[in-house]
Design a protein around this ligand. Sequence first.
Ligand code: NI
Length: 155
Amino acid sequence: MRNLAIRNIVKLGDDTLRKKCKPVNIIDRRTHELLDDMAQTMYEANGVGLAAPQVGVLKRIVVMDVGQGLIELINPQIVKSSGSQTAEEGCLSCGDVRKSVTRPMKVEVRALDRYGKSFTLRGEELLARCCCHEIDHLDGILFLDRAAPDPDEGE
Ligand code: NI
């Protein structure tokens, strides 16, 4: 077995974070290696979610763990959302910056698992927030884009 590898996390300012990611058409050994490395990288950085572009790979792949175990999403799509919640959010690509962001309270996500099987993930609260944040990454959107402007910002 190959050793897991911690990958470098791309930081704010890098163009990679602003690109639209491509759907995964073929799930192979390299996809599994990427998923494994992403999970390892996320845990090492004490994050709750990580999207492939954050490790420099422009593919629609996400890993998350909000405390209920590892979730892997390939080609995820939010198919339903309801309610709203507002809370502070951060991102492994954005250092210590935290901003208040309003997200749906509940989401339903369709995705493929690592074996190419389609499944539905239902998330509430932090898991819903995490799904939205990570899926945004796949379209080059950062939480900063969705944050309410600071009242003391600007002139
Ligand atoms: Ni992020």
